[in-house]
Design a protein around this ligand. Structure first.
Ligand SMILES: [Ca+2]
Ligand SMILES: [Ca+2]
Length: 320
């Protein structure tokens, strides 16, 4: 029997080792490069949200971009003919700060009934709520920031009837709720005063204050008080379970901001159904680093403009 014996010289062994090392380094480089390209934490410092609708009244869809760059929001609008950067109010440098647990809210509503929607933004400015309103100027073909307030509630009334819609800018704090009411006349918001008596319940002011107090302190007393004082007799069982679960839950809530809108009016032109959207940050009591956004939709119904009751409370995620 004959065997072929392979003799390897010493220098061949060196070459073999060198090729092997180069081969390993090559695969290591490919792997690291792939990780670098696909992991957003390495490359992404900006992001954007896009909304497509006609914002100029010409019947052609425009694109609105909410851009988050280095945790500051800016606003761009691409119309049929131009790309526009919309400057924020002169007293602030952006449209708010990006926060994982305090998402920006974007709403569109034709507040002056000229068939062109106005843009309503709510966001946080170093943990303080702020609202901006942007309007299209058909004469100069530009968008203008026409309103900014550090209030944490934005409301729309008389949107579900034939009356002129009203804007409510309110602030809810431990001291209660302060309110400013506006009507859009002659191309700007003009303040007017509601009758204070009807104002107490007209858009569920006291009811929402009480509900927010319950959600932020979640004691048995605050729940009993909410149920007793405001006789939420029409509250469905699912909503009641939401409240009971919240009372037991150990998450610590802090009110962020809210908006509301009337969705139904009676034959006399008075709103009889209002939807509220209340946002909170919730801190896990056992882990203070874990903070999450909680948003609740609250529906209130009434027989006339002052006699409202909460009919449902539901948790919703990631509203905009
Ligand atoms: Ca358009
Ligand atoms: Ca309009």
């Amino acid at each position: 029997m004959k065997f072929n014996v392979l003799f390897i010289k010493k220098e061949h062994l060196y070459y073999l080792c060198l090729i092997l090392i180069l081969f390993i380094l090559f695969f290591f480089f490919i792997k690291v490069n792939k990780q670098y390209n696909t992991d957003p934490t390495f490359s992404e410092k900006s992001s954007e949200e896009k909304y497509g609708l006609d914002l100029t009244g010409d019947g052609i869809k425009d694109d609105l971009y909410i851009i988050n760059k280095n945790n500051n929001y800016s606003l761009n609008i691409n119309t049929n003919s131009q790309s526009l950067i919309v400057a924020p109010d002169k007293n602030v440098s952006s449209y708010g700060n990006y926060s994982e647990y305090w998402p920006i809210k974007v709403n569109f509503l034709d507040i002056n009934r000229d068939s062109i929607p106005e843009i309503f933004l709510q966001s946080c400015f170093n943990d303080v709520a702020g609202s901006s309103i942007i309007k299209y100027n058909a004469t100069s073909h530009s968008f203008e920031n026409i309103f900014f307030k550090n209030n944490n509630i934005l409301g729309f009334l008389d949107t579900s009837n034939n009356k002129t819609p009203k804007l409510i800018s309110a602030n809810l704090s431990a001291k209660g709720m302060s309110i400013n009411s506006y009507i859009f006349i002659k191309n700007k918001f003009q303040e007017f005063t509601y009758d204070q008596k009807s104002d107490e319940n007209f858009f569920c002011k006291t009811l929402i204050t009480k509900l927010t107090y319950f959600l932020t302190c979640k004691s048995k007393d605050s729940l009993d008080s909410l149920l007793k004082d405001y006789t939420i007799e029409d509250l469905d069982s699912k909503s009641m379970n939401t409240l009971i679960t919240l009372k037991e839950d150990e998450t610590s809530f802090t009110f962020q901001d809210a908006y509301f809108i009337d969705v139904k009016s009676n034959d006399d032109g008075y709103p009889i159904e209002i939807e509220w959207y209340l946002s909170f940050s919730g801190k896990d009591v056992s882990n203070n680093d874990k903070i999450t956004n909680y948003t609740y939709k609250v529906v209130a119904k009434g027989n006339n403009d002052t006699n409202f009751k909460i009919v449902s409370i539901s948790s919703i995620n990631n509203i905009n």
